[in-house]
Design a protein around this ligand. Structure first.
Ligand code: SAH
Length: 246
């Protein structure tokens, strides 16, 4: 565990910046981020801000000038390198707005490396809004201290996903019909957790997933969980056993 620096204070605002920070000595913040810093957080000249770019780690900056719609920050030094994220993907069927946003937020906080929306036969929602989901992911990363954003993959059909599955990645299939406990399903190395939609998987889908050489069926207990609960429960178990919570 790296030591937490005494400065800046923990409550210092953190912002994801969509450009490389490594070579920058200063930066101008506009738009919604400027509104957040000036209007919501009431930042003043001299106040610290933490910035991360998903490439070079986290940087300490200081407000040097406040305009009407923008803030000028000087970047004073590096706080930390970009983190190493456990190699866990979340494969989740898109579910209705609100709930998929919640899933994305929680998966980011819990520490997944990549989120893949998967279309299944009983998926009710067949479109996602990548911009909205990315915004939720970035907000979660800002809040929880991540310096690496999860990658949000394009939506893929379950059949195509299984056909193109990387051989070295264990496919942990959360099967409400039963399976091994998570602790017995985990093997060392890259992994992915697959959670179905509200209506679950069809029998055909379950058979196809279970027949896949990379797949391990796991149970999340004797009760049927909602998809969003199952996501959090499965990631939590994996992180505690094989991830970076140890
Ligand atoms: N088919 C169910 C609901 C599916 S729950 C029904 O309609 O009654 C949504 C998803 O959460 C499932 O597809 C599965 O991936 C996961 N899930 C829920 N409860 C689970 C459990 N007890 N064990 C393993 N996975 C579970």
């Amino acid at each position: 565990m790296p030591a937490t620096p005494a400065w800046p204070p923990a409550s210092t605002p953190r912002l994801h910046i969509d450009q490389p920070l490594e070579a920058l000595a200063s930066i101008v913040i506009g738009g919604a981020q400027a509104h957040y810093l000036a209007g919501v957080m009431r930042m003043k000249v001299g106040d610290p801000v933490r910035l991360f770019d998903n490439i070079s780690g986290e940087w300490l900056a200081e407000v040097v000038n406040l305009g009407k719609r923008e803030l000028h920050l000087n970047i004073s030094g590096k706080l930390s390198e970009r983190e190493l994220v456990p190699d866990l993907w979340l494969l989740t069927a898109p579910i209705k707005k609100g709930r998929i946003d919640w899933i994305i937020e929680k998966a980011c906080e819990l520490g997944v490396a990549r989120i893949v929306p998967v279309l299944t036969q009983r998926t009710i929602v067949d479109k996602i809004n990548p911009d909205r989901l990315s915004a939720h992911m970035i907000e979660a990363a800002e809040q929880c201290g991540r310096t690496a954003l999860p990658e949000l993959a394009e939506m893929v059909k379950l059949t195509a996903m299984l056909a193109n599955w990387p051989a070295d990645r264990t496919l942990i299939f959360a099967d409400e019909a039963g399976g091994a406990p998570m602790a017995e399903a985990i093997t060392p190395g890259p992994a992915a957790i697959l959670i179905g939609p509200e209506g679950g998987f069809t029998d055909d889908e379950r058979a196809a997933i279970r027949a896949h050489p990379a797949a391990r069926g796991v149970s999340l207990g004797p009760r049927i969980l909602r998809a969003d609960t199952a996501v959090v429960a499965a990631i939590t178990l994996w992180m505690a056993i094989a991830g970076d919570w140890r």
